[in-house]
Design a protein around this ligand. Structure first.
Ligand code: ADP
Ligand code: MG
Length: 615
């Protein structure tokens, strides 16, 4: 009697296995580029279209394959890299499972062209969904080209599951950077939808890092070097003052392979203890070499996690090496034994220059001119819903208000309760019956009770609606800068910037130049100061990277939101009577004055009855 168990046909087994290896276009990029590295290529070129959904091509000048191998490489467990189980403990190659090509061929249309140096002719093979379509000899240059089209053509569910092009491209760039960082001697190029994203010549580690992350990176790097029996460390860590809000510049490369290790990351954070502003992340590019038999990279199919024999020892060595390098860099220039350590300025204040408070008067302001247009709050928000939020006159008064916002945010006053005085003297005379309380809330009396407004959220709402309108109608005025601003970005940040350039222009940015790793800005939105723009744009890109929106409306929405968040007046900022009034008027001229762009309540009301009940 025959049983019910059957062996799965190869193409089905391959498709199932593909689920492990090929999650998204970036996985294909990783496998193909790593194969090219293993084939000892000195030049590798990556071409993608539509974030790899339509096409991924990797061209190398490596060893190539002969006819037999060119057919065999698509079989499962077909590899030239290991022969015996013991080889797993002495790995010198990226690949070893012999699964990648079989998996890719199971879920895409694949074209392989390859030729070995000593051969006259090469071979051209087309495989679709594991089935051989053609195989012929061809005149080819030395090396290999893999072309992968229509990924997941036969698994619609998978294809639909892919994220927007922005998101998928970010994953591809991440994989590309990791391999490129590990192999600076190999020259790499990446082209996306016809334009060059990276062009990295053969170089050393330092130059490779700078070529990927932008010219400014060079000055941030502190060299790290240590050699012990169980671990050799080289590479660079970032100077603490350049620490970023995100973890995009943190790389461990163990035996030339990018790995993730929360444990080793912790060792680095420990070495930076006391040197970082809260929650900031240091950059590090650390190359670790350990004897191959002391690590197991076999615990995860996509191989970014490894197991070390003696983690504790590695932790200790890494921590003290990094600490030592940071110390050298900090102490060497000032060997001053007389110095009283208690006089040292804490990190947060080290770079702050003291400034004379200055009073700015906006001479163009005429309090009477706006009388007819500035609608005063009368207790009913409905009466303001109709008014246009686009050009409120109180904007002109914001010139001096904005001056301080950046400073406040960098010295993290945000949540501090600064003034304990109940009311500022300037407001005693106030007929408006409006007070700023604790430099955080605006309290306004109305006929029916009290209105308590969150100043930061109110301003976020006003700015958000302005930005969103301006992006959509593309009519914002731009203030021309006398001296154009040059701002540096990493290659990856530049990709995002180019993507959102039209939106930013809608808000009022004018770009004179969009280079490889820098932009020149010649005009700014009225709401943004030139001293803030660097931080605001970096913040914006960081936020978009973290939560990349799927469609263009949500992209505009997110840009407006995050921009409003960084530009808005912070809690802790003193506002004078006129500023208070403008803020309140501006708020109630908004389409939705109730909640902030991040859906938090902006104000609460305390009615006379509420108060009566409490007495
Ligand atoms: P693995 O890399 O784990 O061995 P793959 O499925 O990625 O498995 O590749 C199978 C084999 O195909 C490799 O072992 C190698 O011999 C050959 N191969 C793949 N890509 C290339 C390439 N770009 N140049 C030369 N040989 C290659
Ligand atoms: Mg491989």
């Amino acid at each position: 009697m025959s049983g019910i168990i059957q062996l799965l046909p190869d193409h089905v087994a391959n498709q199932i296995a593909a689920g492990e290896v090929v999650q998204r276009p970036a996985s294909v990029v990783k496998e193909l580029v790593e194969n090219a590295v293993d084939a000892k290529a000195t030049e590798i070129k990556l071409i993608v279209k539509d974030a790899g959904k339509t096409l991924i091509q990797v061209i190398d000048n490596g060893l190539g394959m002969n006819v037999t191998d060119a057919r065999l490489c698509f079989e499962r467990h077909a590899t030239s890299k290991i022969r015996h189980a013991e080889d797993l403990f002495a790995l010198h190659t990226k690949g070893f499972r012999g699964e990648a090509l079989a998996s890719i061929a199971a879920v895409a249309h694949v074209e392989l062209k390859t030729k070995q140096d000593q051969e006259e002719l090469g071979i051209h093979i087309i495989i679709e969904g594991s089935k051989l379509v053609t195989q012929e000899v061809a005149v080819l240059p030395k090396g290999t080209s893999f072309l992968v089209k229509n990924l997941f053509f036969n698994i619609p569910a998978r294809r639909n599951f892919l994220k927007s092009d922005n998101v998928e491209l970010k994953h591809i760039i991440d994989e590309f950077e990791r391999v490129a960082l590990a192999h600076p001697a190999i020259s790499f190029t990446m082209i996306s939808n016809g334009s060059e994203v990276f062009n990295l010549p053969s170089s050393n580690y330092r130059q490779r890092i700078v070529n990927i992350f932008g010219g400014k990176t060079n000055e941030k790097l502190v060299p790290v070097a240590e050699e012990t029996e169980i671990l050799k460390i080289s590479g660079f860590v970032g100077k603490p003052e350049f620490a970023k809000k995100n973890r995009s510049e943190q790389f461990f490369l163990v035996n030339n392979r990018f790995i993730r290790s929360p444990f080793l990351h912790h060792a680095i954070m420990n070495a930076y203890d006391g040197l970082l502003r809260d929650n900031n992340q240091p950059s590090y590019f650390l190359y670790l070499e350990v004897p191959p038999h002391t690590i197991d990279i076999n615990i995860h199919p996509t191989k970014t996690e490894v197991k070390f024999d003696d983690e504790q020892a590695l932790y200790a060595i890494l921590r003290s090496t990094v600490k030592h390098s940071l110390g050298m860099f900090n102490v060497a220039p000032v060997l001053d034994f007389e110095r009283d350590a208690t006089l040292d300025v804490p990190y947060d204040y080290k770079n702050k220059t003291s400034s004379t408070p200055l009073i700015q008067v906006d001479s163009t302001f005429n309090p009477f001119a706006t009388e007819t247009e500035t609608k005063r709050y009368s207790g009913s928000s409905a009466s303001y819903a109709k008014s246009t939020p686009s050009q409120p006159h109180w904007e002109s008064l914001y010139t001096d208000l904005k001056q301080d916002t950046f400073e406040v945010s960098t010295t993290s006053f945000e949540n501090e309760v600064v003034a304990s005085k109940l009311f500022d003297e300037t407001q005693v005379e106030s007929q408006t019956l409006m007070y700023q309380f604790n430099r955080k809330y605006i309290i306004k009396s109305m006929k029916s009770g009290l209105l308590v407004i969150h100043q930061n959220r109110a301003h976020q709402r006003i700015l958000y609606e302005q930005f969103l309108t301006n992006i959509t109608v593309h009519q914002a005025s731009s203030q021309q800068l006398l001296f154009p601003l040059e701002i540096q970005f990493s290659r990856e940040e530049m990709m995002y910037l180019k993507e959102i350039q039209p939106n930013l222009e809608g808000i009022g940015f004018a770009f004179e130049k969009m280079g490889f790793d820098e932009v020149v800005i010649s005009g700014l939105p009225a709401q943004i100061l030139d001293t803030e723009v660097n931080a605001i744009l970096h913040d914006l890109i960081y936020n978009l990277q973290e939560n990349l929106p799927e469609d263009s409306f949500s992209l505009s929405d997110s840009i407006s939101k995050f921009m409003a968040k960084s530009v808005a007046v912070k809690s802790g900022k003193y506002l004078n009577t006129i500023e208070l009034e403008n803020l309140v008027n501006g708020l109630f001229a908004c389409k939705d004055p109730n909640v902030s762009p991040f859906n938090k309540p902006i104000f609460i009301t305390l009615t006379t009855e509420d108060l009566d009940k409490r007495f």
